[in-house]
Write a protein that binds this ligand. Structure first.
Ligand code: BGC
Length: 346
């Protein structure tokens, strides 16, 4: 533990508007994102810990990069070219977020850079053949850039020397109020998706794409996250709230979601080129982990917007393929763009 403790490094990106993003080499974790509220007060808008070493203890993927395969793989197995691979079942019978020591728990090599866009860090990790049961030496680079216009850009790049599967995401829990004793039910969310993936009792997609219209999953027009979260609905029961993958209507890098917190004036937009996004309303936070702002993290203390491929896609042929072949380069982009809305008389 102490050896790992001394290996942790922290890197802070700053821009001229006072926005600050702190990133750890451990897990590629976004430890804090500080943005001003409409009164100019700089506050942290992501859940996690004050002390970097606390991220060495078990925690629910606060701020981390999830991989090699973010979200769930049914029974922890998949087949490639008639060969079956066995992964850790670390979530009931499911494989979750890359296994026992996923990308959230490894140490990445970090190199800082400056570009026209802003300042950033490039994180590199070589995941060896059969690490956590996945085939191929996978060379992964995650690039975080804080731009001059308050966007945290997350770029992913990966190559392999054997056919493998891949699904990478960023697992920050946001609470735009900056005070984690508030829940996020009053945040207004819009998702540009007319469909989502319903789940079976094990939280694995049943395989159909369901229309969100006339369901609690309809965020096509902005509505508070809390508006329908407690209505009687079999899918909400399975997830203990929202813990589902929305399927975007757009293709290519597009604006896919927008979250507005009126009291602080903070607005966040999400852009991605991925086909889906898991909205997770921190349903499994049970009040046992102490919060950065006092008190404890509870269900609904934060929300994750995990841009991704579809959960369990390696076992569901009708879903877009998540296979990465040797001599291909996987690239992907997700942006979290922060704005301030200053209303009159405030
Ligand atoms: C999953 C949740 C899980 C959480 C881990 C999310 O991506 O969808 O079910 O509990 O990550 O903390």
């Amino acid at each position: 533990m102490s050896e790992n403790h001394s290996k942790i490094t922290s890197h802070t990106l700053k821009n001229a508007n006072g926005v600050r993003v702190e990133i750890l080499n451990l897990g590629g974790i976004v430890k804090s994102i500080k943005t001003p509220n409409k009164h100019g007060v700089l506050e942290d808008v992501v859940l996690g810990f004050d002390t970097a070493a606390d991220y060495l203890k078990p925690h629910p993927y606060f701020g981390a990069i999830a991989g090699r395969y973010a979200n769930r793989i049914d029974n922890g197995t998949f087949t490639l070219d008639n060969k079956t691979y066995t992964l850790a079942q670390n979530n009931g019978s499911n494989h979750l977020h890359g296994g026992i020591v996923g990308f959230d728990k490894v140490f990445w090599d970090v190199s800082p850079f400056e570009s026209e866009d802003g300042v950033g860090v490039r994180l590199h990790y070589l995941s060896e053949d059969m690490e956590e049961g996945y085939p191929g030496n996978l060379d992964v680079t995650v690039t975080y850039t804080l731009t001059h216009d308050n966007t945290l850009k997350v770029g992913y790049k990966a190559t392999t020397d054997k056919k493998t599967i891949l699904n990478l995401t960023q697992h920050s829990y946001f609470n735009l109020s900056g005070d984690f004793s508030n829940d996020i039910l009053d945040h207004e969310l819009q998702i540009n998706a007319s469909q989502y993936l319903p789940l079976n009792q094990n939280q694995i997609p049943v395989g159909t794409l369901e229309k969100v219209k006339n369901t609690p999953f309809d965020f096509q027009n902005p509505k508070p996250i809390g508006k329908d979260i407690a209505v009687e609905n079999a899918q909400l029961e399975i997830g203990k709230g929202y813990d589902h993958c929305w399927v975007f209507d757009s293709k290519g890098l597009s604006k896919v979601a927008r979250v507005y917190h009126a009291e602080s004036g903070r607005l966040m937009e999400v852009y991605t080129d991925q086909p889906g996004m898991q909205l997770y309303t921190a349903n499994f936070l049970d009040g046992t982990i102490p919060s950065k702002t006092g008190g404890f993290y509870k269900a609904r203390s934060g929300f994750c917007l995990e841009t991704q491929q579809f959960p369990n896609a390696p076992n569901q042929v009708e879903f877009p393929s998540t296979i990465l072949n040797p001599n291909e380069t996987f690239t992907s982009e997700t942006w979290f763009k922060f704005h301030l809305i200053k209303t009159k008389n405030q």
